[in-house]
Design a protein around this ligand. Sequence first.
Ligand code: URA
Length: 220
Amino acid sequence: HDATPFLPGPRAGLPGLRKAAARCQGCPLYRAATQTVFGEGDPDARVLLLGEQPGDQEDRQGRPFVGPAGKVLRRALADAGIDPERVYVTNVVKHFKFTIAEGRKRRIHKAPTLREMTACRPWLEAELRVVSPEVIVALGGTAGKALLGPGFRVTEQRGALLPWPGLDETGDAAGTGGADKAISGLVATIHPSAVLRADDRTAVYDGLVADLRLVADVLA
Ligand code: URA
């Protein structure tokens, strides 16, 4: 079971994909979430940034990276010399997964399973085909694992231009029809929410910006 039956035709652009993804029931996460949060940004972006899944704010607003992590991300992009208006941002999983602690109201983010990541993958493949970025930025462990496999470790692989393994590497059935040929590489870094959780926010933030500067250099 995955998102494939919900995909529009191969010629669909981002608006068509977004519309179709709104009805996705390719995994059970749609039941508890408010809505699908599809990627957004510049359709001609040279950089595609990949997060994990929408958070609480994203789930309510239906847009990726509009909460606290998104604020950190946009500031870091700007500090690294990348125009936040000229990137495309999306997530490995397009529905918010959460638990509610007993007797409480707040929805706590829960990491998606490999199965959920795989089920949602056709949407990411379609986004890569349409946007056709030059560089992909994996924000955090989930994004890194989705693109590079379960052995990915942020601490070991961040801040370097890694070769793009192609989407087939990690079990892709549909493929991107060769559209990922334009991708010159992948840069992994921490998830921006790690800055918010850190004791030394400044140092962790500076590390994020340093990794993103490499992306700016690759594009220059
Ligand atoms: N964290 C993510 O990984 N993605 C979002 O869209 C928001 C927060």
